[in-house]
Design a protein around this ligand. Structure first.
Ligand code: C2O
Ligand code: CU
Length: 464
């Protein structure tokens, strides 16, 4: 039985300025999206409040909703005490709007602003977050949902976004600051928290009705935690992953959601109403314990029978994968971290021993190189099919994310997985992914355990 959610154990202790249009080019004035400090009630005991950084001063920031193919224009205003950018995670975006310092723009200094103006080609569940000092800025609460609506959305009674986060909170309710940047976390699983919230609330609850049909858009916004999620009192289907519709909806079962991953679920409330003591939950596993992270308070039946199964969502215009025959894989070997065998790597053009790298805050490498290499991992012609073989030669799972493109996993027998933008590659595992490189520009490819990114796990590729 789930109990009322609550604190995860303290596992942490244990172990080119592109397309900047003048404002006049808009029919109206672009809306500001201001990153600033604020105070949040994360549902901590004794009503303790938490100083955070957030879009609009809140964590999560506003849910941005647009229709598929629509233009999104937001003037990012940086009122934080440090430089930042916004990355629109999972959007197959124009490169100049991708928000990556070193590759697509300069970080926006404190007090500065930047106009993000782009089109969202795919319907689905996406999110936005900083891409500068992400290990700090994400941990402090800078993230929000970006929902791109289908022209013909599925028939549901309600559509709810559930941003799942994992905060590391000190005894006084503040964000645990001494451990921001702690090398121990960076070399292990990343910054794991001790307080789980859904939409910024440790006691997230929703009033629903029996047999009500919900669309739940689950987003893992944690720095590094992989959430093992389960459901009670809800039955239904997973209809999309990382924004992209599944060809056939999958019967709803447990879902492992790595950092940055999303799952769209269509679920009917099957638990009884209050008189029958039925309850519905979304829970997360913490060891053997089920922690109810979202509670659905079930009221009277909305209808006498469950609705029929939904049809699949209409596919997005992702370029289909053709034959992979003759496509030579690009190899990317992940190395380093605690309990890894890495003894040295290239950093800023110098070969350095692991002890010296640690002194620089670096402990991971791709193909023997720490941080972005001078040369891309590969260069592709627009429309070229690429295949990447990721070899996880470390003792940790890594959530690998491609910018600007979705990919499919290619199995040993050539079978193709669902379209995704982030894939968890388990320790010791080799995983091949393939996609059509159709989006011109310089694209980041990195581990989304953001401490791992900061400590070296980032590379890039170029299209065009
Ligand atoms: Cu969610 Cu490189 O980003
Ligand atoms: Cu990683």
């Amino acid at each position: 039985m789930p109990h009322s959610r609550r604190s995860f154990l303290r596992t942490a202790a244990a172990t080119a300025a592109g397309l900047v249009l003048p404002a006049a080019a808009f029919a109206g004035t672009p809306v500001d999206l201001v990153a600033r400090t604020g105070t949040a009630d994360l549902g901590l005991p004794d009503g303790k409040q938490t100083p955070i950084w957030g879009y609009g001063g809140r964590a999560p920031g506003p849910v941005l909703r647009v229709r598929q193919g629509e233009r999104i224009a937001r003037r990012f205003v940086n009122e934080l005490p440090q430089a930042s950018t916004i990355h629109w995670h999972g959007i197959r975006i124009a490169n100049a709007m991708d928000g990556v310092p070193e590759l697509t723009q300069d970080a926006v200094p404190a007090g500065g602003d930047f106009l993000y103006d782009f089109v969202a080609p795919d319907a689905g569940t996406y999110w936005y977050h900083p891409h500068n000092r992400t290990w700090e800025q994400l941990a402090r609460g800078l993230y929000g949902a970006l929902i791109v609506e289908e022209p013909d959305p599925p028939d549901v009674d309600r559509d709810e976004v559930l941003l799942i986060d994992d905060w590391r909170i000190a005894d006084d309710g503040t964000i645990h600051e001494p451990s921001l940047g702690a090398m121990h976390d960076w070399a292990h699983a990343g910054r794991l928290g001790n307080w789980v919230t859904v939409n910024g609330d440790g006691d997230y609850a929703l009033d629903v009705r029996r047999r009500e049909r919900l669309r739940l858009r689950l987003v893992n916004t944690a720095n590094a935690r992989i959430f093992d999620l389960g459901f009670k009192g809800l039955a239904g289907w997973v209809v999309a992953l990382d924004g992209q519709p599944l060809e056939a909806p999958l019967e709803l079962a447990d879902i492992a959601l790595g950092p940055a991953q999303r799952a769209d679920v269509i679920a009917d409330v099957t638990a009884d109403g209050p008189d029958h003591e039925g309850e519905a939950f979304l829970y997360a596993m913490a060891g053997d314990e089920r922690l109810a992270i979202a509670t659905f308070r079930v009221g009277d039946a909305i209808r006498a029978e469950r609705l029929p199964a939904p049809p699949p969502l209409r596919p997005n215009p992702v370029p289909p994968l053709g034959s992979l025959a003759g496509v030579e894989p690009v190899t990317m070997r992940m190395e380093g971290g605690a309990m890894g065998g890495m003894t040295e790597a290239l950093y800023k053009g110098r070969r350095m021993a692991i002890q010296d790298l640690v002194g620089e805050g670096k402990v991971w490498a791709f193909n023997g190189i720490v941080d972005l290499p001078d040369e891309p991992l590969f260069a592709a012609r627009p429309g070229e099919t690429v295949r990447i073989r990721m070899i996880n030669d470390t003792s940790w799972p890594h959530a690998m994310h491609t910018h600007g493109h979705h990919f499919r996993r290619v199995g040993a027998a050539g079978e193709l997985g669902p379209w995704r933008d982030t894939l968890v590659v388990e320790r010791g595992e080799t995983a091949d992914i393939a996609f059509v490189a159709d989006n011109p520009g310089k694209w980041l490819f990195h581990c989304h355990m953001v401490e791992h990114t900061a400590a070296g796990m980032a590379t890039w590729f170029v299209v065009g």
